[in-house]
Design a protein around this ligand. Structure first.
Ligand SMILES: N[C@@H](CCC(=O)N[C@@H](CSS)C(=O)NCC(=O)O)C(=O)O
Length: 236
């Protein structure tokens, strides 16, 4: 439930701890889904149909490395769906590639595309100004941020993206990330500006932290990247 005009659902895929977001316009019965996952695409399609929506867009915040996107699978349920990604995700296939500050419009839903590179070069944050919501992908996680050690990741670039594109949003805007590994669901710009243990640091310290995360690579990276570059379908 988001407001009188728009239905909002936060959905979770537990194997990769990924959040998928559904926004539906009550007036036009058109919906948009952000960061769907292949193994929960059937669930998502069923919900969209249960709510009497048609899916206009299936979009991603970036080319994911830890799971296969559900965009391709959703097309089998909604043949007219358009897929979308940020325009800096150069090698990936997508029906649409959104430039910085492009507005994705679905009925009464307007998502502003803010390019927020750093976790990957093609990362974007989708901002719904009317609802006060920012879908930050892996740029800002709750009390964390996306790693910067592959896919053209750069800690300095991520720091700049967050300061310029996310911290400049009104404090009350809600932050909806692509993942959470500790059972949290939502934060706010004010909360993360004050409490994020990485992004409250000065740039040089942030870079040090990011260079010393020592995280193992995502288990599915070798499978997920080629599929996701091919919009979630099997590479040729
Ligand atoms: N263990 C998971 C992968 C966990 C991971 O690396 N998450 C990424 C986002 S998905 S590429 C990340 O940026 N994490 C930041 C952090 O601080 O945890 C798996 O094997 O899939």
């Amino acid at each position: 439930m988001a407001n009188m005009k728009i239905i909002f659902r936060q959905l979770f895929e537990k194997e990769s701890s990924t959040f998928t977001y559904l926004l539906g316009c009550k007036r036009t019965r058109k919906a948009i889904i952000i960061d769907p996952v292949d193994i929960t695409a059937n669930r998502d399609a069923e919900l969209i149909r249960d709510l009497n929506f048609n899916l206009s867009y299936a979009i991603n915040t970036h080319v994911h490395a830890d799971h296969i996107t559900g965009t391709h699978k959703l097309r089998s349920f909604f043949p007219e769906v358009k897929t979308g990604l940020g325009s800096s995700a150069k090698i990936a296939k997508s029906d649409e590639k959104f430039p910085h500050l492009h507005i994705v419009t679905v009925g009464d839903i307007s998502l502003e595309v803010r390019h927020t590179p750093g976790h990957t070069n093609g990362c974007v944050t989708y901002v719904e100004h009317g609802l006060g919501m920012a879908f930050t992908g892996d740029a800002v996680l709750i009390r964390g941020c996306g790693r910067t050690d592959f896919q053209e990741g750069s800690a300095a670039t991520l720091f700049k993206s967050v300061l310029e594109q996310i911290w400049t949003l009104p404090d009350h805007f809600q932050v909806y990330p692509a993942h959470d590994y500790k059972g949290r669901t939502v934060s706010s710009v004010e909360e993360e500006k004050r409490l994020n243990p990485r992004l409250t640091k000065k740039k040089e310290e942030f870079i040090q932290i990011m260079e010393n995360l020592n995280l193992p690579y995502p288990k599915k990276i070798d499978l997920a990247l080629p599929w996701n570059i091919n919009c979630g379908s099997e590479p040729a």
